[in-house]
Design a protein around this ligand. Sequence first.
Ligand SMILES: CC(C)(COP(=O)(O)OP(=O)(O)OC[C@H]1O[C@@H](n2cnc3c(N)ncnc32)[C@H](O)[C@@H]1OP(=O)(O)O)[C@@H](O)C(=O)NCCC(=O)NCCS
Ligand SMILES: [Zn+2]
Length: 243
Amino acid sequence: MLQPLLESIIFEKASFKDANNVAPLYIKVFEGHPWYEKLTCNTKFEGCGVTYVEEKDGPDMNVVNGRSNLFILDGSYDNCKNCDSPLDKTLTNFWEKDNVVSDYSKATSDNSFIGLLGSKVSKKFFMKKLELVGFVWGFGVESNTMHNKDEIANLLVDLSIDPSSTFYHSEIGIDPEFQMKGIGTKFMSAFTDEVRNNGFSNLIYRTTNTAMIKVYEKLFKNHKELFNDPNPSKDQIWYGVKL
Ligand SMILES: CC(C)(COP(=O)(O)OP(=O)(O)OC[C@H]1O[C@@H](n2cnc3c(N)ncnc32)[C@H](O)[C@@H]1OP(=O)(O)O)[C@@H](O)C(=O)NCCC(=O)NCCS
Ligand SMILES: [Zn+2]
């Protein structure tokens, strides 16, 4: 039987030069389903936790990555329609392209940054065309770019894990139009090789995303688990594996 042809995807190292190419894809991946990171009533600031989605994205999705209560955004307002506390506009501002470009540039300037970009190759009249379809990156846990640095440092000390050989996988995204074709799994596998080749022997990550948990489970089913620890201050779990 004929196998369906997999998209031909090439992986290249990500660098600061790619910022203008990466930013629009990054925004596309995170501002819509299933993350809706654009506007929330942030519980950090005593909000009620509802997430606002665009009319075109809702309203049939009642639970999105563990977030219930999606509200349709039908205007821009300052206070939550549900609990009246001030809405967290920092996220909304973050999703401007310039901010994503600057955030990415900051990430790539970190010494321990390792990232890969995946592009679909197509040929048209002998011209090769590359279309960016995915990104993945992270940092060594000792880097200043590391989120929750103190929290993870304490966890590693408690478990006698050497931080200098431990890498934090921070971001991954596949263009929604190219998801569910196995690209995320291939991509993460290539990235893990790259991280290992750079001398790291442990990988840590934190997620609640169903698809990503499946990817990690598939790739690391034969790897030694170092920890699987609920993040005390958040709704997510830290995982650690030996590479
Ligand atoms: C997570 C992500 C990178 C996976 O990429 P992908 O190319 O779709 O992954 P794959 O096609 O390799 O699929 C991986 C597994 O997840 C499953 N999966 C994919 N999308 C899913 C979804 N929406 N719900 C449940 N399972 C899903 C696939 O069926 C597959 O499992 P299987 O091998 O048991 O069939 C992609 O969904 C994405 O970019 N999501 C938005 C960004 C994000 O959430 N990033 C992670 C933040 S921690
Ligand atoms: Zn609210």
